[in-house]
Design a protein around this ligand. Structure first.
Ligand code: ADP
Length: 333
């Protein structure tokens, strides 16, 4: 059987170049190689304050962005998490075998909790729902950015713990999913302060108009020690240089490094060359997004088909899980 890959993304804001370079690019690259299941995780997005009308729009926009980025619904399953209720059902089951201490130790929880006045139990249990997302499809491979590696370790732990408790010792039911990282596993925000993230407002959107992209790039933080135009720079510590590596061919990247070290270019010259490289990637994505928008009913059709395909797999897994746990005395759906 073809191994299955699962990955999810929150509809909490626009798909940005961090998501694209860290994860979605990989989704596109491997979608034909694996049985691919990609999910817009709206149940994850509601663990922090949000507006219902915005969530609806953003979920739709995320679907458009993913298709524009190259996800092909003919070969991959693309769906919205809340359309497949088995996710929350399995998450409840996993909650009962997950120690509280393990959840409290998660870095992302600690970071997000700090930013909020009141912290919901949902925010704490977020990685349990994530374990359910992945294991529901018994996925072996999970293409994610570096920020998700700790969560994925928790998913592996959940799989081990559930197997040890409920599966026969010689026949583990869940496989331990493996992360698949890209070379650009962590993209920093243009402020150079923290990882690029939808919730931090330091992103460059995949579908942003070129003028807006340039307006963000222009003031972006570079090598902090390069103060005057004539100061030689250190490319390795510059966020813009890392973006060059993601968007420009090797030859250009080498040239950028030489110019930076010799103070041949100013930071603005360097950003212009980056902008050109970014546009080569972004123009076709914007064009595909415009085509999708021009085709009424297309998104609904893709998401409806995706949810049906995902649910068929999810039901099967949950049926076995409930049976093995003695949860089948009532009628199974
Ligand atoms: P965000 O942090 O922007 O809300 P998500 O949590 O929805 O993004 O993550 C979607 C995918 O994008 C995950 O696989 C995550 O690891 C990846 N990702 C998010 N931010 C970055 C980043 N700055 N660099 C690399 N990958 C990232």
């Amino acid at each position: 059987m073809t191994p299955r890959v699962f990955s999810g993304i929150q509809p909490s804001g626009d798909l940005h170049i961090g998501n694209y370079l860290g994860a979605v690019q990989n989704w596109v690259a491997i979608q034909r190689q694996y049985a691919s299941v990609f999910c817009i995780v709206d149940y994850h997005a509601i663990t922090v304050p949000y507006e219902p009308a915005d969530l609806r729009t953003r979920t739709r926009e995320m679907a458009i962005s993913l298709l524009a980025a190259g996800i092909d619904p003919e070969v991959a399953t693309l769906f919205v998490q809340s359309a497949v209720p088995e996710h929350t059902e399995l998450a409840w089951i996993f909650n009962t075998i997950t120690p509280l201490g393990e959840l409290e130790r998660q870095t992302q929880f600690k970071e997000k909790a700090q930013r909020q006045e009141s912290v919901s139990a949902g925010l704490l249990n977020y990685p349990v729902l994530q374990a359910a997302d992945i294991l529901l499809y018994r996925a072996e491979v999970v293409p994610v950015g570096e920020d998700q590696v700790q969560h994925l370790e928790l998913s592996r732990e959940v799989a081990r713990r559930w197997n040890a408790r409920f599966a026969p010792p010689d026949a583990p039911f869940f496989q331990e999913p493996q992360p698949l990282l890209t070379p650009t596993r962590r993209i920093m925000g243009l402020d150079g302060q923290a990882k690029m993230s939808k919730s931090l407002g330091n992103t460059v959107g995949l579908l942003e108009p070129p003028d807006d992209v340039w307006a963000k790039l222009r003031p972006a933080v570079t090598d902090p020690k390069r103060i005057r135009r004539t100061d030689p720079g250190t490319p390795e510590v510059c966020n813009i240089y890392h973006l060059h590596r993601a968007f420009n061919p090797e030859q250009t990247v080498e040239h950028v490094a030489v110019q930076c070290r010799a103070a041949g270019w100013g930071c603005l010259d360097c950003k212009r060359v980056l902008f050109e490289g970014m546009e080569r990637t972004l123009v076709p994505i914007r064009e595909r997004a415009a085509e999708i928008r021009a085709s009424p009913g297309r998104i609904e059709e893709v998401l409806r088909g995706g949810a049906a395909a995902a649910r068929a797999i999810a039901r099967e897994t949950l049926r076995s899980v409930k049976h093995m746990m003695g949860l089948d005395a009532g009628l199974l759906s």
